[in-house]
Design a protein around this ligand. Structure first.
Ligand code: HEM
Length: 533
Protein backbone atom coordinates (compact mmCIF):
# COMPACT_ATOMS: atom_id res chain seq x y z
CA UNK A 1 0.00 0.00 0.00
CA UNK A 2 2.82 2.30 1.07
CA UNK A 3 4.74 1.24 -1.94
CA UNK A 4 1.74 1.89 -4.00
CA UNK A 5 1.28 5.17 -2.28
CA UNK A 6 4.99 5.94 -2.60
CA UNK A 7 4.77 5.13 -6.26
CA UNK A 8 1.79 7.25 -6.69
CA UNK A 9 3.42 10.16 -4.81
CA UNK A 10 6.48 9.84 -6.93
CA UNK A 11 4.35 9.67 -9.99
CA UNK A 12 2.53 12.87 -9.00
CA UNK A 13 5.87 14.64 -8.46
CA UNK A 14 7.08 13.61 -11.87
CA UNK A 15 3.84 14.75 -13.34
CA UNK A 16 4.08 18.12 -11.52
CA UNK A 17 7.62 18.75 -12.57
CA UNK A 18 6.62 17.93 -16.14
CA UNK A 19 3.77 20.38 -15.90
CA UNK A 20 5.98 23.06 -14.39
CA UNK A 21 8.51 22.46 -17.10
CA UNK A 22 5.87 22.79 -19.79
CA UNK A 23 4.47 25.92 -18.16
CA UNK A 24 7.92 27.40 -17.80
CA UNK A 25 8.68 26.66 -21.43
CA UNK A 26 5.36 28.15 -22.46
CA UNK A 27 5.95 31.33 -20.45
CA UNK A 28 9.50 31.64 -21.70
CA UNK A 29 8.41 31.30 -25.32
CA UNK A 30 5.53 33.74 -24.77
CA UNK A 31 8.01 36.18 -23.26
CA UNK A 32 10.42 35.58 -26.10
CA UNK A 33 7.65 36.05 -28.68
CA UNK A 34 6.44 39.17 -26.87
CA UNK A 35 9.96 40.60 -26.87
CA UNK A 36 10.40 39.68 -30.52
CA UNK A 37 7.13 41.39 -31.51
CA UNK A 38 8.06 44.34 -29.35
CA UNK A 39 11.49 44.50 -30.94
CA UNK A 40 10.18 44.09 -34.49
CA UNK A 41 7.06 46.18 -34.32
CA UNK A 42 6.52 48.29 -31.25
CA UNK A 43 10.02 49.33 -30.18
CA UNK A 44 10.35 51.48 -33.26
CA UNK A 45 6.84 52.94 -32.89
CA UNK A 46 7.41 53.76 -29.26
CA UNK A 47 10.79 55.30 -29.91
CA UNK A 48 9.85 57.56 -32.81
CA UNK A 49 6.71 58.83 -31.06
CA UNK A 50 8.30 59.14 -27.61
CA UNK A 51 8.16 62.94 -27.59
CA UNK A 52 4.50 63.19 -28.50
CA UNK A 53 2.21 64.22 -25.68
CA UNK A 54 0.03 61.58 -24.05
CA UNK A 55 -1.27 60.59 -20.63
CA UNK A 56 0.70 57.87 -18.81
CA UNK A 57 0.07 54.51 -20.49
CA UNK A 58 -0.32 51.01 -19.03
CA UNK A 59 1.60 48.04 -20.42
CA UNK A 60 -0.39 46.21 -23.13
CA UNK A 61 -3.59 48.23 -22.59
CA UNK A 62 -1.95 51.57 -23.41
CA UNK A 63 -4.65 54.15 -22.67
CA UNK A 64 -7.47 51.66 -23.27
CA UNK A 65 -8.39 51.50 -19.58
CA UNK A 66 -9.51 55.14 -19.70
CA UNK A 67 -12.26 54.17 -22.14
CA UNK A 68 -13.35 50.69 -21.07
CA UNK A 69 -16.77 50.69 -19.43
CA UNK A 70 -17.40 54.36 -20.18
CA UNK A 71 -20.51 55.78 -21.75
CA UNK A 72 -20.02 57.19 -25.28
CA UNK A 73 -20.31 60.81 -24.10
CA UNK A 74 -17.80 60.17 -21.31
CA UNK A 75 -15.30 58.78 -23.81
CA UNK A 76 -15.58 61.98 -25.75
CA UNK A 77 -15.06 64.08 -22.65
CA UNK A 78 -12.00 62.01 -21.73
CA UNK A 79 -10.41 62.64 -25.11
CA UNK A 80 -11.27 66.31 -24.88
CA UNK A 81 -9.64 66.55 -21.44
CA UNK A 82 -6.51 64.70 -22.60
CA UNK A 83 -6.25 66.96 -25.60
CA UNK A 84 -6.30 70.11 -23.52
CA UNK A 85 -4.30 68.76 -20.60
CA UNK A 86 -1.50 66.88 -22.29
CA UNK A 87 -1.39 67.97 -25.91
CA UNK A 88 -2.13 71.62 -25.32
CA UNK A 89 -4.25 71.57 -28.48
CA UNK A 90 -1.51 70.16 -30.69
CA UNK A 91 -1.05 66.40 -31.20
CA UNK A 92 -2.18 63.76 -28.75
CA UNK A 93 -0.90 60.20 -28.83
CA UNK A 94 -3.36 57.52 -27.70
CA UNK A 95 -2.52 53.82 -27.56
CA UNK A 96 -5.59 51.60 -27.64
CA UNK A 97 -3.90 48.27 -26.93
CA UNK A 98 -1.51 47.75 -29.84
CA UNK A 99 -3.22 50.40 -31.96
CA UNK A 100 -1.52 53.78 -32.25
CA UNK A 101 -3.78 56.80 -32.71
CA UNK A 102 -2.89 60.45 -33.08
CA UNK A 103 -5.35 63.26 -32.69
CA UNK A 104 -4.32 66.44 -34.45
CA UNK A 105 -5.70 69.88 -33.67
CA UNK A 106 -3.21 72.23 -35.25
CA UNK A 107 -4.58 73.56 -38.58
CA UNK A 108 -1.07 73.41 -40.03
CA UNK A 109 -0.97 69.64 -39.43
CA UNK A 110 -4.58 69.31 -40.60
CA UNK A 111 -3.65 71.02 -43.84
CA UNK A 112 -0.88 68.50 -44.50
CA UNK A 113 -3.17 65.56 -43.82
CA UNK A 114 -6.32 66.70 -45.62
CA UNK A 115 -4.82 69.00 -48.21
CA UNK A 116 -3.20 66.29 -50.33
CA UNK A 117 -3.95 62.75 -51.43
CA UNK A 118 -1.00 61.38 -49.49
CA UNK A 119 -3.33 60.25 -46.71
CA UNK A 120 -6.12 58.86 -48.82
CA UNK A 121 -6.89 55.75 -46.79
CA UNK A 122 -9.65 55.87 -44.21
CA UNK A 123 -9.09 54.75 -40.61
CA UNK A 124 -10.42 51.47 -39.19
CA UNK A 125 -13.59 53.13 -37.84
CA UNK A 126 -15.00 53.28 -41.37
CA UNK A 127 -14.85 49.47 -41.65
CA UNK A 128 -18.26 49.17 -40.01
CA UNK A 129 -19.69 50.99 -43.04
CA UNK A 130 -18.33 48.55 -45.58
CA UNK A 131 -21.06 45.90 -45.36
CA UNK A 132 -23.52 48.57 -46.53
CA UNK A 133 -21.46 50.89 -48.71
CA UNK A 134 -18.88 48.36 -49.92
CA UNK A 135 -16.32 50.48 -51.77
CA UNK A 136 -18.43 53.57 -52.35
CA UNK A 137 -16.78 56.98 -52.58
CA UNK A 138 -16.64 57.62 -48.84
CA UNK A 139 -14.59 54.52 -48.03
CA UNK A 140 -12.82 53.74 -51.30
CA UNK A 141 -9.19 54.54 -51.93
CA UNK A 142 -6.50 54.99 -54.56
CA UNK A 143 -7.30 54.76 -58.23
CA UNK A 144 -10.85 53.54 -57.66
CA UNK A 145 -11.68 56.57 -55.54
CA UNK A 146 -10.04 58.93 -58.03
CA UNK A 147 -11.94 57.63 -61.08
CA UNK A 148 -15.25 57.53 -59.23
CA UNK A 149 -14.85 61.03 -57.83
CA UNK A 150 -14.23 62.28 -61.35
CA UNK A 151 -17.42 60.82 -62.78
CA UNK A 152 -19.59 61.72 -59.77
CA UNK A 153 -18.51 65.36 -59.49
CA UNK A 154 -20.71 66.53 -62.44
CA UNK A 155 -23.76 65.15 -60.59
CA UNK A 156 -23.41 68.08 -58.18
CA UNK A 157 -23.31 70.75 -60.87
CA UNK A 158 -25.51 73.70 -59.95
CA UNK A 159 -27.80 73.04 -62.95
CA UNK A 160 -28.62 69.66 -61.43
CA UNK A 161 -28.91 71.01 -57.90
CA UNK A 162 -31.33 73.61 -59.20
CA UNK A 163 -33.84 70.95 -60.26
CA UNK A 164 -33.64 69.29 -56.84
CA UNK A 165 -35.09 72.35 -55.14
CA UNK A 166 -38.56 71.19 -56.25
CA UNK A 167 -37.99 68.02 -54.25
CA UNK A 168 -36.75 69.97 -51.20
CA UNK A 169 -39.85 72.13 -51.46
CA UNK A 170 -42.25 69.20 -51.81
CA UNK A 171 -40.73 67.12 -49.01
CA UNK A 172 -40.47 70.06 -46.62
CA UNK A 173 -44.21 70.67 -47.13
CA UNK A 174 -44.86 67.11 -45.94
CA UNK A 175 -42.62 67.86 -42.96
CA UNK A 176 -44.68 70.99 -42.18
CA UNK A 177 -47.82 68.90 -42.20
CA UNK A 178 -46.32 66.41 -39.73
CA UNK A 179 -44.94 69.17 -37.52
CA UNK A 180 -48.31 70.85 -37.42
CA UNK A 181 -49.91 67.63 -36.22
CA UNK A 182 -47.23 67.37 -33.51
CA UNK A 183 -47.77 71.01 -32.57
CA UNK A 184 -51.44 70.37 -31.97
CA UNK A 185 -50.77 67.49 -29.58
CA UNK A 186 -47.54 68.72 -27.97
CA UNK A 187 -47.52 68.96 -24.18
CA UNK A 188 -45.41 71.05 -21.83
CA UNK A 189 -42.36 68.90 -22.55
CA UNK A 190 -42.57 69.48 -26.30
CA UNK A 191 -41.51 66.83 -28.80
CA UNK A 192 -38.43 65.47 -30.50
CA UNK A 193 -38.09 67.40 -33.75
CA UNK A 194 -35.19 65.26 -34.95
CA UNK A 195 -37.21 62.19 -35.85
CA UNK A 196 -39.41 64.14 -38.26
CA UNK A 197 -36.52 66.01 -39.82
CA UNK A 198 -34.67 62.74 -40.30
CA UNK A 199 -37.58 61.20 -42.20
CA UNK A 200 -37.78 64.30 -44.37
CA UNK A 201 -34.09 64.19 -45.30
CA UNK A 202 -34.41 60.45 -45.96
CA UNK A 203 -37.23 61.10 -48.44
CA UNK A 204 -35.24 63.89 -50.05
CA UNK A 205 -32.04 61.95 -50.57
CA UNK A 206 -33.89 58.90 -51.81
CA UNK A 207 -35.65 60.90 -54.45
CA UNK A 208 -32.62 62.86 -55.54
CA UNK A 209 -30.26 59.89 -55.56
CA UNK A 210 -32.55 57.24 -57.01
CA UNK A 211 -35.48 59.20 -58.40
CA UNK A 212 -38.01 57.32 -56.29
CA UNK A 213 -39.96 58.30 -53.26
CA UNK A 214 -40.03 55.97 -50.30
CA UNK A 215 -42.58 58.18 -48.51
CA UNK A 216 -40.74 57.76 -45.23
CA UNK A 217 -42.58 60.74 -43.77
CA UNK A 218 -45.99 59.26 -44.36
CA UNK A 219 -45.03 55.63 -43.91
CA UNK A 220 -42.76 55.68 -40.88
CA UNK A 221 -42.94 51.95 -40.51
CA UNK A 222 -41.86 50.98 -44.02
CA UNK A 223 -39.37 48.14 -44.39
CA UNK A 224 -36.77 50.45 -45.91
CA UNK A 225 -37.02 53.04 -43.12
CA UNK A 226 -36.73 50.32 -40.50
CA UNK A 227 -33.69 48.88 -42.24
CA UNK A 228 -31.95 52.27 -42.32
CA UNK A 229 -32.68 52.74 -38.63
CA UNK A 230 -31.33 49.27 -37.84
CA UNK A 231 -28.07 50.09 -39.61
CA UNK A 232 -27.74 53.40 -37.70
CA UNK A 233 -28.20 51.48 -34.45
CA UNK A 234 -25.63 48.88 -35.54
CA UNK A 235 -23.07 51.58 -36.39
CA UNK A 236 -23.57 53.15 -32.97
CA UNK A 237 -23.13 49.86 -31.11
CA UNK A 238 -20.10 48.79 -33.15
CA UNK A 239 -18.40 52.09 -32.48
CA UNK A 240 -18.66 52.02 -28.71
CA UNK A 241 -18.89 48.37 -27.68
CA UNK A 242 -15.51 46.66 -27.76
CA UNK A 243 -17.15 43.24 -28.10
CA UNK A 244 -18.72 44.27 -31.40
CA UNK A 245 -15.51 45.66 -32.84
CA UNK A 246 -13.87 42.31 -33.56
CA UNK A 247 -15.30 40.74 -36.67
CA UNK A 248 -15.09 37.18 -35.36
CA UNK A 249 -17.02 37.75 -32.15
CA UNK A 250 -19.36 40.23 -33.81
CA UNK A 251 -20.46 37.81 -36.54
CA UNK A 252 -21.93 35.48 -33.91
CA UNK A 253 -24.13 38.10 -32.24
CA UNK A 254 -27.86 38.75 -32.80
CA UNK A 255 -26.83 42.28 -33.80
CA UNK A 256 -24.88 40.92 -36.77
CA UNK A 257 -27.94 38.90 -37.81
CA UNK A 258 -30.13 42.00 -37.58
CA UNK A 259 -27.57 43.87 -39.68
CA UNK A 260 -27.57 41.15 -42.35
CA UNK A 261 -31.36 41.25 -42.59
CA UNK A 262 -31.37 45.05 -42.86
CA UNK A 263 -28.62 45.00 -45.48
CA UNK A 264 -30.64 42.57 -47.53
CA UNK A 265 -33.55 45.00 -47.58
CA UNK A 266 -31.36 48.01 -48.43
CA UNK A 267 -29.30 46.30 -51.12
CA UNK A 268 -32.32 44.66 -52.76
CA UNK A 269 -34.14 47.97 -52.88
CA UNK A 270 -31.27 49.86 -54.52
CA UNK A 271 -30.57 46.99 -56.91
CA UNK A 272 -34.21 46.90 -58.01
CA UNK A 273 -34.24 50.62 -58.80
CA UNK A 274 -30.97 50.37 -60.73
CA UNK A 275 -32.20 47.44 -62.82
CA UNK A 276 -35.49 49.19 -63.59
CA UNK A 277 -33.82 52.40 -64.58
CA UNK A 278 -31.20 50.65 -66.71
CA UNK A 279 -33.96 48.86 -68.62
CA UNK A 280 -35.84 52.10 -69.11
CA UNK A 281 -32.83 53.85 -70.50
CA UNK A 282 -32.19 50.93 -72.82
CA UNK A 283 -35.80 50.89 -74.04
CA UNK A 284 -35.73 54.63 -74.58
CA UNK A 285 -32.45 54.48 -76.46
CA UNK A 286 -33.67 51.57 -78.65
CA UNK A 287 -36.77 53.57 -79.48
CA UNK A 288 -34.65 56.65 -80.12
CA UNK A 289 -36.52 58.53 -77.38
CA UNK A 290 -35.26 60.79 -74.62
CA UNK A 291 -35.04 58.79 -71.39
CA UNK A 292 -38.52 58.98 -69.98
CA UNK A 293 -39.72 56.94 -67.04
CA UNK A 294 -42.35 54.34 -67.51
CA UNK A 295 -45.54 54.29 -65.53
CA UNK A 296 -45.17 50.67 -64.50
CA UNK A 297 -42.72 51.38 -61.71
CA UNK A 298 -45.44 52.85 -59.56
CA UNK A 299 -44.67 50.25 -56.87
CA UNK A 300 -41.49 52.11 -56.00
CA UNK A 301 -43.15 55.46 -56.62
CA UNK A 302 -40.92 56.69 -59.44
CA UNK A 303 -41.70 60.32 -60.07
CA UNK A 304 -39.16 62.28 -62.03
CA UNK A 305 -35.98 62.17 -63.97
CA UNK A 306 -32.99 61.20 -61.92
CA UNK A 307 -29.68 62.88 -61.78
CA UNK A 308 -27.33 60.90 -59.55
CA UNK A 309 -28.41 57.49 -60.71
CA UNK A 310 -28.71 58.59 -64.34
CA UNK A 311 -25.24 60.02 -64.38
CA UNK A 312 -23.85 56.83 -62.94
CA UNK A 313 -25.77 54.69 -65.43
CA UNK A 314 -24.41 56.71 -68.29
CA UNK A 315 -20.83 56.83 -67.01
CA UNK A 316 -17.97 54.59 -67.83
CA UNK A 317 -14.54 54.05 -66.39
CA UNK A 318 -11.78 52.95 -68.77
CA UNK A 319 -14.46 52.60 -71.46
CA UNK A 320 -16.43 50.11 -69.38
CA UNK A 321 -19.90 51.02 -68.10
CA UNK A 322 -20.38 50.77 -64.34
CA UNK A 323 -21.89 47.50 -63.16
CA UNK A 324 -24.98 47.37 -60.99
CA UNK A 325 -22.77 46.73 -57.99
CA UNK A 326 -20.55 49.75 -58.80
CA UNK A 327 -23.64 51.94 -58.99
CA UNK A 328 -25.20 50.47 -55.89
CA UNK A 329 -22.11 51.32 -53.87
CA UNK A 330 -22.39 54.96 -54.82
CA UNK A 331 -26.15 55.27 -54.48
CA UNK A 332 -25.99 53.65 -51.03
CA UNK A 333 -23.17 56.03 -50.11
CA UNK A 334 -25.40 58.98 -50.97
CA UNK A 335 -28.16 57.44 -48.90
CA UNK A 336 -25.86 57.16 -45.89
CA UNK A 337 -23.93 60.44 -46.24
CA UNK A 338 -26.87 62.44 -47.45
CA UNK A 339 -29.50 62.15 -44.77
CA UNK A 340 -28.24 61.80 -41.17
CA UNK A 341 -25.68 64.54 -41.83
CA UNK A 342 -28.26 67.07 -42.98
CA UNK A 343 -30.81 66.16 -40.31
CA UNK A 344 -28.18 66.54 -37.58
CA UNK A 345 -27.29 69.99 -38.99
CA UNK A 346 -30.95 71.06 -39.17
CA UNK A 347 -31.67 69.93 -35.62
CA UNK A 348 -28.70 71.86 -34.21
CA UNK A 349 -29.67 74.86 -36.35
CA UNK A 350 -33.09 74.88 -34.69
CA UNK A 351 -31.52 74.39 -31.29
CA UNK A 352 -29.22 77.38 -31.82
CA UNK A 353 -31.80 79.77 -33.10
CA UNK A 354 -34.25 78.68 -30.40
CA UNK A 355 -31.67 79.45 -27.73
CA UNK A 356 -30.71 82.75 -29.43
CA UNK A 357 -34.15 84.26 -30.18
CA UNK A 358 -32.64 87.42 -31.71
CA UNK A 359 -31.01 85.20 -34.37
CA UNK A 360 -34.34 83.48 -34.98
CA UNK A 361 -35.94 86.90 -35.46
CA UNK A 362 -33.24 87.94 -37.95
CA UNK A 363 -33.64 84.70 -39.91
CA UNK A 364 -37.40 85.16 -40.10
CA UNK A 365 -37.07 88.81 -41.17
CA UNK A 366 -34.73 87.77 -43.95
CA UNK A 367 -36.93 84.87 -45.04
CA UNK A 368 -39.97 87.19 -45.25
CA UNK A 369 -38.04 89.83 -47.14
CA UNK A 370 -36.80 87.26 -49.68
CA UNK A 371 -39.79 84.89 -49.98
CA UNK A 372 -42.56 87.34 -49.15
CA UNK A 373 -45.46 86.98 -46.70
CA UNK A 374 -47.36 84.38 -48.68
CA UNK A 375 -46.41 81.13 -47.00
CA UNK A 376 -47.48 79.17 -50.08
CA UNK A 377 -44.74 80.74 -52.24
CA UNK A 378 -42.41 77.89 -53.11
CA UNK A 379 -38.70 78.19 -52.43
CA UNK A 380 -36.52 78.31 -55.54
CA UNK A 381 -32.81 77.99 -56.19
CA UNK A 382 -32.39 81.75 -56.72
CA UNK A 383 -34.43 82.69 -53.66
CA UNK A 384 -32.51 80.28 -51.43
CA UNK A 385 -29.24 81.79 -52.60
CA UNK A 386 -30.42 85.16 -51.33
CA UNK A 387 -30.78 83.93 -47.74
CA UNK A 388 -27.49 85.35 -46.57
CA UNK A 389 -28.10 85.53 -42.82
CA UNK A 390 -29.62 82.03 -42.76
CA UNK A 391 -26.45 80.90 -44.50
CA UNK A 392 -24.31 82.44 -41.75
CA UNK A 393 -26.41 80.64 -39.12
CA UNK A 394 -25.90 77.32 -40.92
CA UNK A 395 -22.14 77.91 -41.04
CA UNK A 396 -22.01 78.81 -37.37
CA UNK A 397 -24.14 75.79 -36.47
CA UNK A 398 -21.73 73.51 -38.30
CA UNK A 399 -18.79 75.10 -36.49
CA UNK A 400 -20.34 74.33 -33.10
CA UNK A 401 -22.02 71.08 -34.07
CA UNK A 402 -20.37 69.59 -37.17
CA UNK A 403 -22.46 66.64 -38.38
CA UNK A 404 -19.30 64.59 -38.91
CA UNK A 405 -17.39 65.13 -35.67
CA UNK A 406 -14.32 63.03 -36.42
CA UNK A 407 -12.33 62.30 -39.57
CA UNK A 408 -9.93 59.38 -39.60
CA UNK A 409 -7.04 58.44 -41.86
CA UNK A 410 -4.73 55.44 -41.87
CA UNK A 411 -1.02 56.12 -42.44
CA UNK A 412 0.36 53.51 -44.84
CA UNK A 413 4.01 54.53 -44.87
CA UNK A 414 6.03 56.19 -42.18
CA UNK A 415 6.11 59.91 -42.78
CA UNK A 416 6.80 63.24 -41.18
CA UNK A 417 4.22 65.91 -40.45
CA UNK A 418 5.67 69.23 -39.39
CA UNK A 419 8.59 67.57 -37.60
CA UNK A 420 6.58 64.72 -36.08
CA UNK A 421 7.35 61.19 -37.22
CA UNK A 422 4.15 59.27 -37.89
CA UNK A 423 4.80 55.53 -38.16
CA UNK A 424 3.04 53.30 -40.69
CA UNK A 425 -0.20 51.87 -39.32
CA UNK A 426 -1.05 54.95 -37.23
CA UNK A 427 -4.65 56.17 -37.26
CA UNK A 428 -4.81 59.94 -37.55
CA UNK A 429 -7.90 61.55 -36.05
CA UNK A 430 -8.97 65.10 -36.87
CA UNK A 431 -12.01 66.50 -35.15
CA UNK A 432 -13.97 69.32 -36.83
CA UNK A 433 -15.83 69.54 -33.51
CA UNK A 434 -12.70 70.05 -31.42
CA UNK A 435 -11.20 72.51 -33.91
CA UNK A 436 -14.41 74.52 -34.08
CA UNK A 437 -14.34 75.01 -30.30
CA UNK A 438 -10.70 76.07 -29.97
CA UNK A 439 -10.51 79.52 -28.47
CA UNK A 440 -7.28 80.40 -30.32
CA UNK A 441 -9.11 79.79 -33.59
CA UNK A 442 -12.59 81.15 -32.81
CA UNK A 443 -13.26 83.83 -30.22
CA UNK A 444 -15.98 82.94 -27.67
CA UNK A 445 -16.19 79.47 -29.19
CA UNK A 446 -19.19 78.32 -27.15
CA UNK A 447 -21.31 81.30 -28.19
CA UNK A 448 -23.46 81.27 -31.30
CA UNK A 449 -22.21 84.26 -33.34
CA UNK A 450 -23.25 83.79 -37.00
CA UNK A 451 -21.77 87.18 -37.94
CA UNK A 452 -18.25 85.82 -37.50
CA UNK A 453 -18.70 84.17 -40.90
CA UNK A 454 -19.66 87.39 -42.63
CA UNK A 455 -16.65 88.10 -44.81
CA UNK A 456 -17.71 91.71 -45.24
CA UNK A 457 -18.20 92.69 -41.61
CA UNK A 458 -16.22 90.21 -39.58
CA UNK A 459 -12.76 90.97 -38.33
CA UNK A 460 -12.25 87.28 -37.60
CA UNK A 461 -9.92 85.70 -40.14
CA UNK A 462 -11.11 82.26 -41.07
CA UNK A 463 -8.47 79.58 -41.36
CA UNK A 464 -9.70 77.09 -44.00
CA UNK A 465 -8.19 74.19 -42.10
CA UNK A 466 -9.66 75.24 -38.76
CA UNK A 467 -13.23 75.31 -40.04
CA UNK A 468 -13.76 71.89 -41.65
CA UNK A 469 -17.33 70.61 -41.16
CA UNK A 470 -17.25 69.43 -44.77
CA UNK A 471 -13.63 68.31 -44.41
CA UNK A 472 -11.20 70.03 -46.81
CA UNK A 473 -8.90 69.29 -49.72
CA UNK A 474 -9.46 66.73 -52.47
CA UNK A 475 -11.47 64.38 -50.24
CA UNK A 476 -13.87 66.98 -48.98
CA UNK A 477 -17.64 66.51 -48.98
CA UNK A 478 -18.89 66.24 -52.52
CA UNK A 479 -22.42 67.04 -51.33
CA UNK A 480 -21.63 70.34 -49.58
CA UNK A 481 -23.67 72.57 -51.91
CA UNK A 482 -26.51 70.09 -52.08
CA UNK A 483 -26.60 69.93 -48.26
CA UNK A 484 -26.56 73.70 -47.76
CA UNK A 485 -29.34 74.17 -50.27
CA UNK A 486 -31.47 71.46 -48.69
CA UNK A 487 -30.94 72.77 -45.16
CA UNK A 488 -31.89 76.28 -46.30
CA UNK A 489 -35.05 75.04 -48.03
CA UNK A 490 -36.19 73.11 -44.98
CA UNK A 491 -35.39 75.74 -42.36
CA UNK A 492 -36.89 78.54 -44.48
CA UNK A 493 -40.16 76.66 -44.86
CA UNK A 494 -40.30 75.62 -41.20
CA UNK A 495 -39.43 79.07 -39.86
CA UNK A 496 -42.04 80.95 -41.82
CA UNK A 497 -44.68 78.60 -40.44
CA UNK A 498 -43.55 78.11 -36.85
CA UNK A 499 -41.91 79.88 -33.94
CA UNK A 500 -39.45 77.48 -32.38
CA UNK A 501 -38.90 77.19 -28.66
CA UNK A 502 -36.39 74.90 -26.99
CA UNK A 503 -37.76 73.03 -23.99
CA UNK A 504 -34.85 72.40 -21.67
CA UNK A 505 -32.09 74.03 -19.75
CA UNK A 506 -30.57 76.65 -22.02
CA UNK A 507 -27.79 77.36 -19.50
CA UNK A 508 -26.35 73.85 -19.98
CA UNK A 509 -25.13 72.91 -23.45
CA UNK A 510 -26.40 69.57 -24.78
CA UNK A 511 -24.25 66.55 -23.97
CA UNK A 512 -22.79 65.35 -27.26
CA UNK A 513 -21.88 61.93 -28.59
CA UNK A 514 -19.36 61.75 -31.40
CA UNK A 515 -20.55 58.80 -33.46
CA UNK A 516 -19.94 58.73 -37.19
CA UNK A 517 -22.63 61.43 -37.08
CA UNK A 518 -22.87 63.89 -34.17
CA UNK A 519 -25.84 63.47 -31.89
CA UNK A 520 -26.95 64.36 -28.39
CA UNK A 521 -27.07 62.00 -25.42
CA UNK A 522 -30.69 62.94 -24.75
CA UNK A 523 -33.15 64.06 -27.40
CA UNK A 524 -33.52 67.82 -27.83
CA UNK A 525 -37.15 68.73 -27.20
CA UNK A 526 -38.93 71.64 -28.88
CA UNK A 527 -42.30 73.36 -28.78
CA UNK A 528 -43.75 74.96 -31.88
CA UNK A 529 -46.14 77.87 -32.17
CA UNK A 530 -47.88 78.92 -35.35
CA UNK A 531 -46.07 81.97 -36.73
CA UNK A 532 -48.15 84.95 -37.72
CA UNK A 533 -46.44 86.96 -40.47
C1 HEM B 1 -24.56 69.00 -43.41
C2 HEM B 1 -24.39 68.02 -44.25
C3 HEM B 1 -23.09 67.32 -44.53
C4 HEM B 1 -21.91 67.37 -43.85
C5 HEM B 1 -21.57 68.18 -42.61
C6 HEM B 1 -20.99 66.50 -44.54
C7 HEM B 1 -19.67 66.30 -44.17
C8 HEM B 1 -18.80 65.46 -44.83
C9 HEM B 1 -17.45 65.22 -44.42
C10 HEM B 1 -16.78 65.83 -43.21
C11 HEM B 1 -16.90 64.36 -45.31
C12 HEM B 1 -15.49 63.79 -45.27
C13 HEM B 1 -15.55 62.48 -44.53
C14 HEM B 1 -14.21 61.88 -44.32
O1 HEM B 1 -13.20 62.33 -44.82
O2 HEM B 1 -14.18 60.89 -43.62
C15 HEM B 1 -17.91 64.05 -46.30
C16 HEM B 1 -17.72 63.21 -47.37
C17 HEM B 1 -18.69 62.89 -48.27
N1 HEM B 1 -19.97 63.41 -48.32
FE1 HEM B 1 -20.76 64.73 -47.03
N2 HEM B 1 -21.63 65.92 -45.60
C18 HEM B 1 -22.91 66.41 -45.65
C19 HEM B 1 -23.88 66.11 -46.58
C20 HEM B 1 -23.69 65.31 -47.68
C21 HEM B 1 -24.69 65.04 -48.68
C22 HEM B 1 -26.09 65.65 -48.70
C23 HEM B 1 -24.14 64.17 -49.58
C24 HEM B 1 -24.74 63.57 -50.82
C25 HEM B 1 -25.79 63.97 -51.42
C26 HEM B 1 -22.80 63.89 -49.13
C27 HEM B 1 -21.93 63.03 -49.76
C28 HEM B 1 -20.63 62.81 -49.36
C29 HEM B 1 -19.74 61.87 -50.02
C30 HEM B 1 -20.09 61.00 -51.22
C31 HEM B 1 -18.52 61.94 -49.35
C32 HEM B 1 -17.24 61.18 -49.68
C33 HEM B 1 -16.39 62.08 -50.57
C34 HEM B 1 -15.05 61.47 -50.93
O3 HEM B 1 -14.46 60.76 -50.12
O4 HEM B 1 -14.60 61.75 -52.05
N3 HEM B 1 -22.56 64.61 -47.98
N4 HEM B 1 -19.06 64.72 -45.97
Amino acid sequence: MIVVLGFSVELRCECCSGMFLALGLFLASALFLGLLIYQLKFKHLIEVTRDLASPPAWPLLGHGHHFIGKEPHEMMQTLDDFMRLYARDETLKVWLGPELNMLMANPKDVELVLGTLRFNDKAGEYKALEPWLKEGLLVSRGRKWHKRRKIITPAFHFKILEQFVDIFERESRVLLHNLDKERQRQGQTGFNLYDWINLCTMDTICETAMGVSINAQTNVDSEYVRAVKTISMVLHKRMFNIFYRFELTYMLTPLARAERRALNVLHNFTEKIIVQRREELLRASNAGEPSAQSADDADVGAKRKMAFLDILLQSSIDDKPLTNLDIREEVDTFMFEGHDTTSSAIMFFFYNIATYPECQRKCVDEIISVLGRDKATPVTYDLLNKLHYVDLCIKETLRMYPSVPLLGRKVLEECEINGKIIPAGTNIGISPLYLGRREELFSEPDTFIPERFDVVTSAEKLNPYAYIPFSAGPRNCIGQKFATLEIKAIVANVLRHFEIEFVGNTAEPPVLIAELILRTKDPLMFKLKERII
